[in-house]
Structure formats: structure tokens, C-alpha cells
Write a new protein. Structure first.
Length: 334
């Protein structure tokens, strides 16, 4: 949906945008949707007609005299996770607007966290790319400036079709990177970071490719465990940035890649905990499969992957997915 400029240089996205003067503490973004700083949710300071509050802040908003209140605990820091809660926020906003209510989205200063949530809502509700939605917000609120981490997360949100899919490669890589930053000591990582060992799964999906140790035939991972990445572009690919543009996730590996980068699996746990880097060994025959590094490694194609759990293609064999129920029998025989 294209942006249009209307009177006063206020854009619209298929609807009239609310006008706000420099003195107005709360900005009407859409009919029924307002944006502002913390404290403006109180009855004496909020716009008339506000029926709900969405607070994105480090502390709850306190008593505001409203029945519908959602608090998302978040710091204005690049590493703070907003992505996993964007769908929840959008659903809350939709519910309020659907019953002709009006919602105020607020954070401490009203320029970063709340802006990120409202931008994500515009993306989802109006099928807008990140840049277009963010441009819309900044045109009506020139001081809007979300931090670089939130920008990065919203670009990932766009790549997932503005719906958080925890099974997607995009989200898995994001979650791994976020957990790695959150837990400075690898021995403190939560158990849920490790994907289920496919060798213990009783049924396989027909479309799944499986990968076995070339030496002992032990099942190691499936195609759904692979975290694809775009091919690096020469020497420039080795200049890693924390908040670089999200790489397209189109295929499991590129011709220039000699390894599969996968999510950590249960069979890796004894090798990973308590150390930053090391070798990945087959849990059955202990032959070397690849390596890992919590702070990242470069693929042979030049792309930097963080964190990195890479299995050399030369150490595994690929097989077509087995019929449902056949995987357990194959596992028992291996």
C-alpha cells in the first residue's frame, strides 16, 4: 500500500492520519491508535476517548483507570527482545480498535520502544514493508528514533511476513543470537535452546531430508534443523556487524558453502556447555563432524554466522525423508 502526502505533509496509508502540533503530548497515528511518552496514560493527561493502554517500558504503568491494559517489559536497548511479542501487541491493538475503542501505546520517551511496536502494527495491519511504515511514522513524528536493534528486529519481522514463526530459520537464528548475548556463560544456557535429537523422534515427515554420519550412519539432523544463509560477497562479507542487514533465507546452502550451519541439538549439549568454541563429534563413533563457536564463524562462502554450529558436508550423507513411522525402526538398527 503506497504512502500519500496530504495537507500539512501528513501521510496516510489508505486512511487519514491524525494531525499533531508540537505541543501535543500524544500523537494520533490512526483512528483509534495513539502514540506518546510514559505518564500520558493517566486520565488527566491522555486524549479524551482513550479506552486502553499498551505500555512498552521497564516498569508497569501503575494505576491508570483503564480496564484494558497490556504491559510489555522492555528496555530501550538494542539487545532487548521485542520481536517475540510483536504479534501479541498487534492482536491487542486490533482487539481494541475492532470494538471502536482507542488505544495509547507508550514508552518512557515515546520515541523508540513505542514507535517500534506501532511501526510493527502498521506493517502487519496494512501489509507494509518496514521502511514504508517507519517513514510514515517519522513523517508525522519527526523525533521518532527506534534503536538499531529494534530496526533489525522489525526487518526480520518483515521477512517472516509480519507473523512470528518460531519454526522459521529466520526466528531460530535470531533467538540463538539473542540467547547467546543474554547468557554470557555458556553453561547457563536454558535447556530449550537445544532442538530435539532427531534420532529419538519416532516419526519423520515425508518431506524432510535427513543427514547421517558418513562413518557410522547415526542420524544427526534433518533439513528443518538447518539455518540457511545468503552467500557472502567477497572480502566485504568478513567485516561482521552485529546489526547487519538480515540475510535472505532462500535455500539450505549455496554452491560456495562446504558446511551446513544448524541449530544446536540435544546430542551436542555435552560438547557445548561451559566452553566458547570446540569440535562437534558424532555422538556414536566420535568422528569429527565440524565445529562450533558461540561468537560466530565464517562460512567458506564468506558469510559470518552467529552463533555457529557447522557440520562439514564431507562428513555426512544426505537421504530422502523416510515414510512416517520408519525413522524409529531405522534408528534402532543404527
Amino acid at each position: 500500500m503506497e504512502l500519500e502526502l496530504i495537507e500539512g505533509a501528513h501521510p496516510r496509508v489508505g486512511f487519514e492520519a491524525g494531525r499533531a502540533s508540537g505541543q501535543q503530548p500524544n500523537l494520533q497515528v490512526l483512528p483509534g491508535l495513539y502514540l506518546g511518552p510514559a505518564g500520558r496514560g493517566k486520565a488527566a493527561e491522555r486524549p479524551p476517548g482513550i479506552t486502553a493502554l499498551l505500555s512498552v517500558d521497564s516498569e508497569p504503568p501503575g494505576e491508570v483507570g483503564l480496564e484494558d491494559v497490556l504491559h510489555l517489559e522492555a528496555l530501550d536497548q538494542p539487545g532487548c527482545d521485542l520481536l517475540s511479542r510483536l504479534d501479541q501487541a498487534a492482536a491487542f491493538i486490533d482487539r481494541i480498535r475492532a470494538k471502536e475503542g482507542a488505544i495509547l501505546v507508550q514508552c518512557h520517551a515515546g520515541v523508540s520502544r513505542s514507535v517500534a511496536v506501532v511501526t510493527a502494527y502498521l506493517m502487519k495491519a496494512n501489509n507494509l514493508p518496514f521502511e514504508e511504515a517507519y517513514t510514515f511514522i517519522r513523517a508525522i513524528k519527526p523525533d521518532a528514533k527506534m534503536n538499531e536493534g529494534f530496526e533489525w528486529q522489525l526487518k526480520l519481522y518483515e521477512k517472516m511476513g509480519c507473523e512470528v514463526d518460531v519454526t522459521s530459520a529466520v526466528y531460530k537464528q535470531y533467538n540463538l543470537q539473542s540467547l547467546t548475548e543474554r547468557y554470557s556463560e555458556s553453561q547457563d544456557l536454558p535447556k530449550e535452546i537445544f532442538a530435539i535429537d532427531p534420532n529419538n523422534i519416532e516419526q519423520a515427515t515425508n518431506c524432510e531430508l535427513t543427514y547421517k554420519c558418513r562413518k557410522c550412519r547415526r542420524l544427526l539432523f534433518q533439513s528443518s534443523n538447518i539455518l540457511p544463509h545468503d552467500e557472502g560477497t567477497g572480502l566485504a562479507a568478513f567485516a561482521h556487524k552485529r546489526f547487519s542487514e538480515p540475510a535472505p533465507f532462500h535455500c539450505n546452502s549455496r554452491p560456495g558453502c562446504t558446511s551446513y550451519f544448524i541449530e544446536p541439538l540435544q546430542w551436542m549439549e555435552p560438547m557445548l556447555l561451559g566452553v566458547i568454541e570446540g569440535q562437534l563429534l558424532c555422538p556414536k563413533c566420535t568422528s569429527k563432524l565440524g565445529s562450533f563457536h558461540w561468537h560466530g564463524e565464517q562460512c567458506s562462502c564468506g558469510r559470518w554466522v552467529t552463533p555457529a554450529f557447522q557440520i562439514h558436508k564431507s562428513r555426512v550423507d544426505e537421504a530422502k525423508g523416510l515414510p512416517a513411522g520408519a525413522l524409529l525402526s531405522a534408528r534402532k538398527q543404527s
